[in-house]
Each structure stands twice: as C-alpha cells, then as structure tokens.
Ligand binder design. Structure first.
Ligand SMILES: Cc1cc2nc3c(=O)[nH]c(=O)nc-3n(C[C@H](O)[C@H](O)[C@H](O)COP(=O)(O)OP(=O)(O)OC[C@H]3O[C@@H](n4cnc5c(N)ncnc54)[C@H](O)[C@@H]3O)c2cc1C
Ligand SMILES: *[C@@H]1O[C@H](CO)[C@@H](O)[C@H](O)[C@H]1NC(C)=O
Length: 505
C-alpha cells in the first residue's frame, strides 16, 4: 500500500489493509480500463469514488475489503467486455455486487481482485402491453417499487425497501406477496445474462425451462445478470407497518404465530415477519411486520387476531406500498454493524406449539453471555418466516425454482438467525453463536418429528438469501445433481465456480 493510499484510507476512515494485487490482476485492471475508459476505479490519491464504492455494503465487515479495481458497467456489453478480459487472465479473482446486502465475506466482495458493481445499472420500467417489468440489478427495492408504482403495478420483491435487488432476485426472495405470487424468483421469465464465455444470452423461461428453473435460486453461478423480465402484480394502497412487543406478550404471540403458519394462507393477501430479538442482558423484544394487500385489514381471522395483543409501539396504517417498504427498511439502514446471517428450514409441527419459544429460549441461552454491557449495541434475533404449502403450489405452477418447492411440500417456517456486533475481534465468537443454534436444531428437529409421528424425510431445503456462506445450500436442493451438471455445461472452465465467491454447485 502506498503512503498516499494509507493517508487516504485514514482520511475516509477505512481500515488499513496491506493490499497486494498480483501483477496479472493489475494488468487485467489496466485492460479493463482501456476497454471501458471512465468506468474503472482504482485506489490512489484522492480516489474518493473508489473509497465510496467500497463502503456500499450493509454489513460493516465488508467495508474493509479492498478490490484491486472496481468496474461500473452501464450495459450488458460492458459486462461482456469485462468477462472476456477476465477469461484471458485465468488466475484473477472477481466478484459481482448489486445491493451489497449479503453479509457473507467473499460473496459480493473480493480482496485484491476485480469488483464489478451494478451501481449504474439500476431501476425498473413497465411494459403494459406485455404485463412485465424490466428490472435492473443495481439500486434497492425502494427504486424498483417507486419506478413501477405510478403505473399501479409492482413485482414480487423485498419487504424492506433498502435491500438490494440483483442478489435478492437470484437467491429466491421471500416477499409480502409470496402467498399470492410465489417466491420473487418464480415471477422472473427472462434473464439478460453475461455467461462465462462473455456472450450475452437472453435466458427465456419458455425456450429453456431447465435453465430458468436453475436461475430461480442458484445465486451467482450461471452468469452475471444485467436485466430481469418479471411478471407484474397490481398494487394500490396497502395496509401495514410494524409493532413492537415486550416479553409479557410472548405466549399470546407464539400461539397466534402457530395458527398463522397453518391457516394464514387462507387469506393470501396477509403476510407477517415475526422477528424475535435478544438484546443486552437477554432482554427480549418482538418486532412483527404486518402486511395486507389492500387498503384495510380484515377484522377477523388468523391475521386480525394479532391486533388484539397490545404493542409497545404499533404503527401499521393504510399507505402506499412504496411508503410501507421505505419505513420498514430505514431502521435497518442505521444498524451499522458487523452482521451474520444463518438459516434453517423448520417443518410445521402441529402438536408442537411451544417450538418457537423453545427456539427463542435456546438462542437467548447461547447469546446472553456474549450480550453484556461490553457490547451495548450487539443483538441476536431469530425471524420466523411462514412458508406455507401454498407458496410451493404457486412455484410449481410457474415452472418451478432451484429450491425445488412444490405443492406436495408441507407447511414450513424459514428461520433467519441474525447476529450483530461492532468489533472484528468478536467475529469468530459471533458467527459461532448462530451456528450453535442451527447445530442444536439439527439434533432437535428429528426428535420433534419422531415425537409428533411425522416422517423424518420431510423436504427442508435451505433458503439462500438468509444463509451463511458455510451452509450447504445448493446441496440441500433436491435437483442438486441436475443443476450442477447444467452449471458445468455453461461454465466449463469454472469462471464462476472457482474464481468468484458465493454459494456453489
Ligand atoms: C435488512 C435486510 C432485509 C432483508 N429482507 C429480505 C426479505 O424480505 N426477503 C428475502 O428473501 N431476503 C431478504 N434479505 C436478504 C437479501 O435478499 C440478500 O441479502 C440479498 O443477497 C440481497 O441482494 P443484493 O443485491 O444486495 O445482493 P449482493 O450482496 O449484491 O449479492 C449477493 C450475491 O449475489 C451475487 N450477485 C449480485 N448481483 C448479481 C448479478 N447481477 N449477477 C450475478 N450475481 C449477482 C453476488 O455476487 C453475491 O454472491 C434481507 C437482507 C437484509 C440485509
Ligand atoms: C457461449 O456459451 C453459451 C452458453 O453455454 C453458448 O450458448 C454459446 O454458444 C457460447 N458461445 C461461444 C462463442 O462459444
């Protein structure tokens, strides 16, 4: 690292890293710069835009990674030029970043390699004749929803507006609209993709159904997507927002959650996220995000029953969809922490309504020794996200996804275990705590199934968008072998499978 670089890094508050791109990487960056003048950023004196790009990650852990150069393509042709150059430098690593919300190190980041960012490829347009939206991978859901809202449509997408678009759509996507439309990825019918040999391929669900199925939940393994063609969903005013509850309401809320997982989909316009937090000293808060696809919520049924429980703060109201997503997301923007994600797919066990409180108690037991006054802003949480059979039925009817959801699947719950802390010295312990919880679940769930008289071979694929980098996500998919063969066919030299990060086949 040059003195100038060190000075600049101090100036902008970035962490000092001893950076050493290989000669081949430096040469690749030069070639890319020659091919795409004005679109390549390198570190150096007053490289403020470079520094700014390196800070565009949600988890602060990723903000100290320094690529050798950053490319900001404005078209599929630009991306194609980059991929062709990367093919001539077989030792150079690279990464693609859209929103930068995946907290896993090395997925949308690359130390000393080539980072391709979608910063200048963002936004959505509506094609009324075809009833589709053309969506670019950069930016955030606030942008996509805002661009489409004046036309009275939206697409099945993020529940918190600040979240990135490109990675979300490639890794599946649970949405407030999922009980009506399936996973976000189920609604994609076209992918403008730069494949490993640098060709721009328009993957089309009608002409290549297997590849389309693979694209719905395989992440970054098939190419760099520069545009998605997505079926739209009509949207007007919606009802929603979040409520926070203290632990005195826990029993009531868990009972309502248990009922909602089984019966909530009877009204597919209703959706919830049930977020169970453990803060310093083991203190518990529950944050429930409510959504109803209409201007007024129903007054009876499993969704309405939640509103008889008094919240500490409770803000749901009738509003524009864009306003709801924005207000859901803004608090998460301020988190400013090192973050870990980890997931687990739970079966719904009718005879075990105590399962949610058991999981919350276990998380508190594991995390409380860490959550002392030494780490005042740290917290751990587990989100219970209902995945009713109905969603699999819709996925199947729309051509299927990589996760392999079908109508013959049981009701399930996707867990998202999140941890946050501020110091790098806590990384090893922090990641380990979430793993302790999923390790414990791997032991408990078979026992719980036995006790309930339910077969152990219930299909429980992991959900990529919420997973930790070390979790065997694609290996949990029932069509793993089929997609692995397809991946090898399209990427025979391992450009994506060996030189970029992310979940692999
Ligand atoms: C606050 C918060 C709320 C969330 N809420 C939800 C939710 O409601 N539902 C849900 O399903 N998930 C949710 N997530 C998870 C989220 O979907 C993932 O973090 C997702 O990866 C975000 O997309 P991104 O564009 O920011 O991805 P990035 O971090 O940019 O990238 C993720 C992965 O995708 C690859 N990738 C990105 N863009 C491309 C591209 N154009 N072509 C090829 N590969 C690419 C990257 O290389 C990387 O491996 C949430 C996350 C956060 C932080
Ligand atoms: C590039 O790869 C795609 C996808 O496998 C293939 O269809 C195309 O023919 C390849 N192009 C060249 C020039 O090899």
């Amino acid at each position: 690292m040059s003195l100038r670089r060190a000075f600049l890094a101090l100036l902008v508050g970035a962490r000092l890293v001893t950076s050493a791109p290989t000669q081949a990487t430096t040469q690749a960056c030069t070639d890319i710069n020659n091919a795409l003048p004005g679109k390549v950023l390198t570190p150096g004196l007053l490289a403020l835009e470079y520094e700014f790009e390196t800070q565009k990650y949600w988890s602060t852990t990723l903000r100290s990674v320094d690529p050798a150069c950053i490319v900001q393509p404005v078209s599929a042709e630009d991306v194609s030029a980059v991929v062709r150059i990367l093919n001539t430098y077989p030792t150079v690593n690279f990464a693609t970043r859209s929103g930068g919300h995946d907290p896993n190190v090395g997925h949308a980041t690359v130390q000393d390699g080539v980072l391709i960012t979608m910063t200048d490829l963002a936004g959505a347009t509506y094609d009324a004749a075809k009833q589709v939206a053309y969506v670019k991978p950069g930016g955030e859901w606030n942008d996509v929803v805002g661009d489409l809202e004046p036309s009275g449509v939206t697409i099945t997408g993020g529940r918190l507006g600040l979240v990135g678009v490109g990675g979300y759509l490639l890794q599946g996507g649970i949405s407030f609209l999922s009980s009506q439309e399936g996973l976000a990825a189920d609604n994609i019918i076209g992918w403008e993709t730069v494949v490993a040999n640098g060709s721009i391929v328009n993957v089309d669900a009608t002409t290549s159904p297997d590849l389309a199925q693979a694209m719905r939940g395989s992440g970054s393994q098939f190419g760099i997507v520069t545009r998605y063609t997505v079926k739209v969903h009509p949207i007007g005013d919606v009802w929603g927002g979040f409520c926070a509850y203290d632990s005195s309401q826990s029993d009531k809320l868990y009972a309502l959650l248990h009922t909602f997982i089984k019966d909530g989909a009877q009204d597919p316009k209703a959706a919830i996220i049930f977020s169970d937090l453990v803060a310093v000293g083991g203190l518990g808060t529950k944050l429930l995000y409510y959504f109803y696809d209409g201007p007024a919520r129903p007054t009876s049924g499993p969704f309405a029953d939640f509103f008889s429980v008094p919240g500490l703060i409770c803000a749901p109201k009738t509003q524009k969809y864009s306003e709801l997503l924005k207000s859901n997301g803004e608090p998460a923007r301020l988190l400013n922490s090192r973050v870990s994600f980890r997931t687990y797919t739970l079966p719904y066990i009718p005879s075990r309504p105590q399962m949610y409180s058991e999981i919350r108690a276990k998380l508190a037991e594991i995390a409380t020794p860490f959550l002392t006054l030494l780490r005042p802003t740290s917290q751990f949480s587990v989100d219970f996200q209902p995945l009713p059979t109905l969603i699999g039925k819709i996925s199947e009817s729309k051509g299927g996804n990589a996760m392999g959801l079908t109508s013959s699947d049981p009701d399930r719950i996707i867990l998202e275990v999140q941890g946050s802390w501020s110091s790098a010295s806590d990384d090893a312990v922090g990641y380990g705590l979430s793993k302790q919880l999923t390790d414990w679940l791997e032991e408990q769930v078979p026992k719980w199934l036995d006790e309930a008289g339910i077969s152990r071979d219930v299909y429980l694929p992991l959900f990529m968008n919420d997973a930790a980098g070390d979790q065997p996500v694609t290996q949990s998919y029932k069509d793993y072998e089929k997609f692995k063969a397809l991946q090898r066919q399209i990427d025979p030299n391992g450009l994506f499978s060996t030189r970029a990060g992310g979940f692999k086949y």
